[in-house]
Design a binder for this molecule. Structure first.
Ligand SMILES: Nc1ncnc2c1ncn2[C@@H]1O[C@H](COP(=O)(O)OP(=O)(O)O)[C@@H](O)[C@H]1O
Ligand SMILES: [Mg+2]
Length: 604
């Protein structure tokens, strides 16, 4: 019975032969990169197979010669030496082929991984907010390994092994008669049919084990990301239990998978043993009757072994290829996810003029059932600052996300200098906007790296200037390692205010035409806030700026204030005008003033 699990199951990739073919076809471009290597590997392969087929024939002659003369003379000796050399060549060529072809497989892995990585970055924010990082990384890991496996094995094993089978069967038939060929054909058919049927049946277990493995990994990663929360509530045991439960499900699925694999192996071996015995008995009978030499008997034994070894191998390959395809299918299902926000077919590059921004009758909801913005219209004149205020959850950040085009509105439009942002390339649009988000997340690297991220080509002086503007210089001066301080995963080694100042500094460094500050100073104390606001005001004075604020005292000088309530603009005007109207803004202002007085203007 399925147990309840916090993590929703991943959508199962579509299955079927068509998908499989698509997966196999997707490998072909990888082969085009190295025609020389592939030719060389093929040559090694042919040499290996030919030497393999020649071995039993040689063996037959050695045995017959020995049997006839009963002493080690020149001819059998030469044949023995040739036999040894041929065996060595056989192994050497196989190894050489692997070495030569390895490069092709690794390049394919690299390409596949890059393709997925690019695709993930092309997907929309909505996808990333719902993704499960742990499971995702596992799917990609398995998928990339699957590509390599398929390349290594499908090309250089299936076709040549089939050829080898035909060759050996032909030799048996020509040399020793149709009965041998018949036994061969029957066992090969039986073996193949059995392998295919059982493998198809057990694919479900492999798939299930994969799903559960990804799920367990999701659990583990999510739990570790929430390390602090786990400690706050002393829930280590709960976390371990939940993780163990996921692993128990995986263990169960793995057990079924292994059991079915054992069944497959035993069945295959039984068919091989049956075929081998039948052939050997037939050969022994003929030798006894005098129709065959001892050498023939030995050669037939060698051929039959040589026949069933590749057959067994084919069984293994078939099984593993099915597995690789299953592994890859999750990765390819990921590649099939289409971003919801996409460049229009004839998307233009944003021509930034004065930088006028207009929101025109915007309607938007993250889900169809819950509208968030219900007809929002206002404009920010070029170079001006407009503040958006309102209760938490009113839709302020949503407005900023729409302007940055993390989402497209359900209706209405947003224009920059008269250009609808849906008709622009996302790249050009985003290059023109700097955002200081409500919650800043940093890369697990040095402070300098995170600061320079705002404009990677910026010089050290430019970075330091932005740092001064964001009032981060004193903080950095205190640090023993200065700019080289590592900020920890997601920047968690910095305080909220420090992170906000890093975000402000790198936004200033980006220096675009339009700025968005989303409660950018909410984690700062009043003193720092005032000084940073002065810097922001200075920068903002020449740029079009959208300021989202919860502390009204920070936006009294804004050119225009928009009061948002439940997705609608309910008031609009300058600070003094809104106070005069004595509506929602005035009420909120009085409330915050009172709090300030009560706290004696103290820092938060
Ligand atoms: N990715 C999301 N998916 C679903 N709902 C969301 C998402 N992001 C925000 N919301 C919801 O939309 C509403 C407005 O959010 P937001 O614009 O962030 O509010 P705020 O005005 O506080 O910035 C909130 O009720 C929030 O729960
Ligand atoms: Mg917000």
């Amino acid at each position: 019975m399925p147990r309840p699990n916090r993590v929703p199951p991943a959508p199962e990739p579509a299955d079927g032969a068509r998908t499989d073919w698509r997966l196999v076809r997707s490998l072909l471009p990888h082969l085009a990169d190295y025609p020389g290597r592939i030719a060389l590997a093929a040559a090694c392969l042919i040499a290996a197979k030919l030497s393999g087929v020649a071995l039993p024939l040689l063996l037959k002659h050695i045995v017959d010669d020995l049997d006839a003369s009963r002493q080690l003379v020149a001819v059998p000796l030469a044949l023995l030496l040739a036999y040894g050399a041929l065996r060595f060549v056989n192994v050497l060529m196989s190894e050489l082929r692997d070495v030569v072809f390895g490069r092709v497989a690794e390049r394919a892995m690299r390409r596949g991984a890059l393709q997925v990585f690019r695709h993930l970055h092309a997907l929309d924010l909505d996808f990333h907010l719902s993704r499960r990082t742990g499971g995702l990384s596992r799917d990609i890991e398995r998928g990339v390994a699957g590509i390599s496996f398929l390349l290594r094995f499908s090309l250089f094993n299936i076709v040549p092994t089939l050829l080898e089978l035909v060759l050996v069967a032909a030799i048996l038939c020509v040399q020793y008669g149709w009965l041998f060929a018949l036994i061969t054909a029957v066992s090969v058919l039986l073996y193949s049919a059995f392998s295919i049927v059982v493998t198809e049946w057990r694919t479900q277990f492999v798939r299930q084990a994969n799903t559960l493995d990804s799920r367990a990994n999701t659990r583990a990663v999510d739990s570790l990301l929430n390390y602090e929360t786990v400690k706050y509530f002393g829930n280590e045991v709960h976390e371990a239990t939940e993780y163990d439960r996921s692993m128990a499900d995986w263990e169960q699925a793995q057990r079924q998978s292994r059991f079915s694999q054992g069944l497959l192996n035993v069945g295959q071996s039984a068919i091989v043993a049956g075929g081998l015995t039948a052939m050997m008995m037939l050969a022994a009978q003929r030798v006894a009757a005098g129709g065959m030499t001892l050498g023939d008997f030995v050669a037939i034994n060698a051929y039959v072994v040589q026949l069933f070894v590749p057959l067994n191998f084919l069984g293994f390959i078939y099984r593993e290829i099915r597995r690789a395809l299953v592994d890859m299918s999750r990765m390819f299902a990921l590649l099939d996810v289409q971003p919801k926000v996409r460049d229009a077919d004839a998307a233009a590059v944003l021509r930034v003029g004065a930088g006028q921004v207009s929101f025109e009758n915007l309607h938007f909801g993250y889900s169809a059932t819950r509208p968030i913005l219900k007809g929002v219209s206002f404009a920010i004149a070029a170079g001006r600052t407009v503040a958006v205020v309102g209760a938490s959850g009113a839709g302020k950040s949503t407005l900023a996300r729409l302007l940055f085009r993390f989402y497209d509105p359900d209706s209405g439009r947003i224009c920059i200098d008269g250009q609808d942002i849906r008709q622009l390339t996302q790249h050009s649009l985003r290059a023109a906007i700097a955002v200081v988000p409500q919650d800043t997340v940093l890369f697990n690297d040095t402070l300098f790296y995170n600061l320079q991220y705002g404009r990677p080509e910026a010089t050290r002086e430019q970075v330091e200037r932005a740092v001064r503007l964001a009032h981060l210089d004193h903080f950095i001066a205190q640090l023993p390692e200065g700019y080289e301080t590592r900020v920890g995963e997601r920047g968690l080694k910095l305080s909220g205010g420090e992170k906000q100042r890093v975000a402000i500094a790198r936004a200033l460094l980006k220096d675009p035409a339009i700025l968005i500050f989303d409660e950018a100073t909410s984690s700062l104390d009043s003193a720092s806030e005032r000084s940073i606001l002065a810097a922001i005001d200075e920068v903002a004075s020449q740029r079009t700026t959208l300021v989202i604020a919860h502390r009204l005292s920070t936006i009294v000088h804004a050119d225009d204030i928009v009061v948002l309530d439940q997705g609608r603009v309910i008031e609009r005007g300058r600070h003094a005008q809104l106070l005069a109207v004595d509506g929602a803004y005035a009420a909120l202002w009085r409330l915050q003033q009172r709090e300030q007085v009560q706290m004696g203007g103290a820092t938060i």
